[in-house]
Design a protein around this ligand. Structure first.
Ligand code: ZN
Length: 450
């Protein structure tokens, strides 16, 4: 069949580096296919290209029979609708009028740019990235980004950064989970006594709650800290448990461990005649799903690359000082708008795209989206980096939820086999995206059509 020939031809050209993966649809047209068959062939060719690169087969990330959208207009209110070609409800979502298809030439487009499969969650290919340092590996970047071209920017950014060698990644060995207990007393004396009694009991309590709730998941308590706070007549004692895990997120286990410690402490306070007015799990203090630069949860990861200043100045066509002016004006904009002293750059888009693809725990990844872009000069090099201080991730399925088959396939294709590799790949694609983005802005090419 003609289209099968085209797919084989395009795949070979991609593998030889003669065809950019995002140009596959265009190349299929040139090879004689017509729309929308060229879209199907382009996606199929990218899939076989990625299979060859990753050594993995696509099974659960399916390619639908019609992997494109169809564009319509509502004749009643003139609203435009681009629907997945497989959508059978061809009516306006606002007034229920039957929709009219746009002229042939404007009708069909891929579901997302650089589409490679998936229904509802549309997967895109965003090139590959090689990292060195704490993790040494080449990852195939696949992302559920959305309809935009962000993944192309990541692709280009990773390619440009890898011209200077692997991206240097540093990632902590453990991911931290935290759960806080809070006790309210009428007097400071009672609070002081309670703290001493609890502290004294910890050497008995920690092995028990570890055995009961953490060991099976390879987790352990690494720290317990105390904090005094007051609200009017409430003398508050916070007691926060920190656990750490290598590949498991451990959030639920840590919560249950702290919950069982609470029961032991409650009995202890009663036995010692200490009047505790309220004893609760006080989640506000443990950073649960609260984005904050002071967040004490998750895993630290950073990624950076060194680029000779002279080469980078040539690339942006201006002085490095102007690049730093851009970094500073953007940093100032972000920090002042969000009111926190942490610069998030584009991480708020790139990081969720990564989590949506891999579907590891946690599903609410808000905590993990904090990111800082940094740039400095060292010797003759520009050092461009990102740090993600709070990446929460469990690579194993758990009571917090399974990782669905298509997400497990995405992990295999990407090449992720541990929580550290998840964090390393995440930081590397974030850096690639930020680098491309910052460069385009300073070149005045972003959104200007230049
Ligand atoms: Zn309508």
């Amino acid at each position: 069949m003609k289209s099968e020939d085209t797919v084989t031809k395009l795949t070979d050209r991609m593998l030889q580096g003669k065809l950019a993966p995002w140009k596959a649809e265009e190349a299929a047209l040139e090879d004689g296919l017509t729309a929308p068959e060229n879209i199907t062939a382009g996606a199929a060719a990218r899939r076989s290209f990625i299979e060859a690169k990753s050594g993995q087969r696509f099974r659960h990330i399916v390619l639908p029979d019609q992997p494109y959208h169809t564009a319509y207009r509502c004749p009643n209110d003139q609203s435009l609708w681009t629907l997945a070609a497989e959508d059978t409800h061809i009516r306006c979502g606002m007034c229920d009028t039957p929709l009219e298809a746009l002229p042939e030439a404007q009708r069909h487009k891929p579901l997302v740019n650089n589409y490679i499969g998936g229904i509802e969650d549309y997967y895109s290919y965003a090139g590959e990235v090689t990292v060195g340092g704490d993790v040494k590996k080449t990852f195939q970047n696949i992302l559920c980004w959305g309809p935009g071209v962000g993944h192309l920017g990541i692709s280009v950014g990773c390619f440009k950064l890898n011209k200077y060698g692997p991206i240097e990644v540093q990632v902590s060995d453990w991911g931290i989970a935290a759960r806080n207990l809070s006790f309210v007393f009428d007097t400071e004396g009672d609070r002081e006594k309670a703290k001493k009694i609890i502290q004294k009991k910890l050497p008995d309590v920690l092995p028990k709650i570890t055995r009961d709730h953490l060991s099976e998941w390879g987790g352990e308590i690494v720290d317990v800290d105390f904090l005094y706070k007051q609200h009017h007549g409430d003398r508050i004692l916070h007691c926060c448990f920190y656990s750490r895990f290598e590949n498991h997120r451990g959030h639920g286990q840590t919560s249950h461990a702290a919950g069982s410690a609470k029961l032991i402490f409650d009995d202890l306070l009663k036995e010692n005649g200490i009047a505790c007015r309220l004893s609760v799990v006080g989640m506000g203090r443990d950073g649960d799903l609260k984005p904050s630069p002071r967040n004490r949860r998750g895993r630290y990861v950073s990624a950076q690359q060194a680029i000779p200043v002279s080469e980078y100045e040539k690339s942006i066509g201006r002085s490095i000082e102007e690049f730093f002016s851009y970094i500073e004006l953007d940093r100032q904009g972000v920090t002042e708008e969000i009111g926190w002293p942490v610069y998030t750059g584009m991480g708020g888009e790139i990081i969720p795209a990564f989590y949506r693809t891999m579907k590891n725990n946690p599903r609410p990844y808000l905590v993990s989206c904090f990111q800082k872009v940094y740039a400095t000069i060292r010797g003759n090099d520009l050092i461009f980096g990102v740090e993600l201080p709070n990446v929460e991730v469990g690579i194993t399925s758990s009571p917090e939820g399974i990782i669905p088959p298509m997400a497990r396939e995405a992990l295999r294709i990407c090449g992720i086999t541990s929580a550290r590799e998840f964090a390393a790949a995440l930081a590397a694609v974030t850096l690639g995206g930020e680098f491309n983005f910052a460069t385009l802005h300073v070149q005045e090419r972003m959104y200007t059509g230049r």
